[in-house]
Design a protein around this ligand. Structure first.
Ligand code: GLN
Length: 277
């Protein structure tokens, strides 16, 4: 009897089949994605039968998940700061840690701020700031044209007004472009960091500089003062053990009020500095 239930086309049978492989929580997410049903609907109607085609798609996703593909790449979506962003493996999956950068940006942004997000990836930072700070002007850059396509799609879907520019860091914008707020979550993982091995589905160029984890942060910090209006702020996301280095970088570049905010895991995560008048 039990075996019969496990191969049936009912929602309950499909969940029973996949749960030992990827866990019930993720099985529900993937089955919800395939059938277009909410979690509540799956639970309330678990006697319902789903189609053979849906079962095939579900089986494929379960196999990919169990081989290590992150859920957001399977469903094509990740929530960030209360909004859904489309993601593919051309962009880093938005992390809750980065919401600390958003919170800090909302605290320091002047009204009608000119904002630039360097290395925007999915566009989650740029779009969130454009929507949370109406009246601001947001520019978002990326060296990857594939990433820019994803970011543009997200900006359109969310009605976030953003200007996009392609290029590496400051090369993407005019030499005399000036902003009131510079934000970035650049690749900062050291190439020898064990943590990278767990992230092998994500674009390597969005995770590490291939040098020491500080190279992109250095490039951004070194060029920032020339692109920042007096009184403006720079906010940089970085690794848990890079706070000292990034504070030093910003102090060397002439920034004032340099300090670091921790993420909700208690780790150094965002270092900021202000251009004095
Ligand atoms: N915070 C991400 C992680 O550790 C990395 C983000 C980045 O390199 N910019 O998984």
């Amino acid at each position: 009897m039990a075996e019969e239930t496990q191969i049936g086309p009912s929602i309950r049978a499909q969940l029973a089949k996949a749960s030992p492989v990827i866990g019930r929580f993720e099985a529900m997410i993937l089955l919800g994605f395939v059938t277009g049903r909410s979690r509540e609907n799956l639970i309330a109607h678990d006697e319902d039968e789903i189609s053979e085609e849906e079962i095939m798609r579900f089986d494929l996703l379960v196999a990919m998940r169990s081989a290590g593909t992150p859920i957001p790449y399977l469903t094509g979506s990740q929530e960030f700061y209360g909004r859904h962003f489309h993601v593919t493996d051309a962009v880093l999956i938005p992390r809750p840690d980065t919401e600390v950068l958003i919170e800090q940006a909302l605290l320091v942004a002047a009204p009608k701020a000119r904002i630039i997000d360097l290395g925007t990836g999915s566009g989650c930072i740029a779009a969130t700031l454009a929507l949370e700070l109406p009246g601001s002007t947001v520019t978002a850059t990326d060296a990857s044209s594939d990433a820019l396509e994803i970011a543009k799609g997200n900006a359109e879907a969310l009605h976030a007004p953003i200007t996009f520019a392609e290029g590496f860091w400051w090369d993407a914008v005019a030499a005399d472009a000036v902003y009131d707020l510079i934000v970035s979550n650049p690749p900062y993982i050291r190439p020898d960091d064990e943590h990278l091995r767990n992230l092998e589905c994500e674009p390597i160029g969005a995770l590490t500089d291939g040098i020491d984890g500080l190279e992109c942060l250095r490039t951004i910090a070194a060029g920032a003062m020339a692109h920042l209006a007096p009184g403006g702020w720079i906010l940089l996301e970085h690794g848990y053990d890079q706070g000292d280095d990034v504070r030093q970088m910003l102090e060397d570049a002439g920034f004032a009020a340099v300090r670091t905010r921790k993420d909700y895991g208690g780790n150094d995560r965002v270092t900021m500095g202000r251009r004095a008048d």
